[in-house]
Design a binder for this molecule. Sequence first.
Ligand SMILES: [Zn+2]
Length: 251
Amino acid sequence: MIDTHSHLFEDEFKDDLDLCIERCKENNVNKILIVGFSDETNLKAQELANKYDIFYPTAGVHPEEAGSDYLEKFNRLVEFIKNNKVYAIGECGLDYHWDITYKEEQHKLLRLQCELALKNDLPIIIHMRDATKDTYDILKDYKGLRGVMHCYSGSYEMAKEFIKLGFYISLGGPVTFKNAKEPKLIAKEIPLDKLLIETDCPFLAPTPFRGKRNESSYVKYVCEEIANIKGVDKKVVEEETTRNAETLFKI
Ligand SMILES: [Zn+2]
């Protein structure tokens, strides 16, 4: 399995990162995308990738980083990816959940990162929260862009539209939550060749660890849940989602 979205550089792992990686290996999680979202975390992702073979680093500017200085932040990202190997641009996107003060800047930042991904022939990792329509309206302007809707929380109907644009749909811990109607519908109806699995650790731990710290080895619970919902062997989900991630990120 591949955890396509982790933040294992966070403080939550500072005491037991080696053990977390051990548990990944014991559970057949053999590759992990380590996802940056700011100057500081883009650098931390590189540092960990230099230290551990299991990590594939990305770099991006998160929508919550958008402010009046968004252009400076973007320009630093451009410089950063000239000097560092990354496997994707992102995470980036739109987030209207907490704060929409810098909505315009969020839009501009996302557009710039779409162009950057296209120009560098890299996939893009999209964070989208309470902003489905605007995200779609921006992404559709970039023909040939490929990527992933990370921890997708939109509707099943819109998931099909994002797939038409060239995106994979990635499911995380929430698909295991009892009341997660839409993620379960997506797991059931979206074909396996368009699905990815992820943890978004340390956030969004799956059942039976809901509310606790998440870690990459728990991606197996996401895989199992999808297999149960689809009524297929979990080996099938493991293999297909692994192949999808290897194709998308060229890893
Ligand atoms: Zn994330």
